[in-house]
Design a protein around this ligand. Sequence first.
Ligand code: CMX
Length: 137
Amino acid sequence: GLLRIDHVGVAVADLDAAIEFYARVFGMTCVHIEENPEQGVREAMMRVGPTPEGGCVQLLAPLTPESAIAKFLDRSGPGVQQVAYTVRDVEVAAAALRERGMRLLYDAPRRGTAGSRINFVHPKDAGGVLVELVEPA
Ligand code: CMX
């Protein structure tokens, strides 16, 4: 099952500008930055509050014009692009959701932030929300 909210993902056009905005306005701390070419993103984890229990907002900027984030920005503009949940085993969680009629985007997990293993539920099957499953490394 789902253990907790892992992060809320927000699509942004300019990662450095968004990091500065979230730090200055909301007092969040950037705890991790990485590029994931397979996902076509440059991303930053912004921690809410002084300890990890506060959770994270993930800022997602496109690496290429064909990427999922570029497409999202073109269609919807900047804003919430995904809600991600921590799971113990992404294959088990994906199988349980498939049993309940959800379409998973990948047959097998792919690599997410910081070596995690990830999969997604199609937003059309989840009430318009792109749901990410994250098995931490
Ligand atoms: N949230 C809610 N709805 C979304 C959506 C999102 N993020 N992205 C697309 N949609 C909607 C579209 O608006 C469209 O709706 P309509 O049919 O009503 O117009 C519908 O879903 C299907 O759109 P589509 O053109 O078939 O699909 P897209 O090419 O837009 O791709 C998706 C959508 C989810 C398959 C694609 O974004 C994807 O593969 N996402 C997973 C990977 C990803 O998001 N990577 C970036 C983050 C990386 C990370 O978290 O590490």
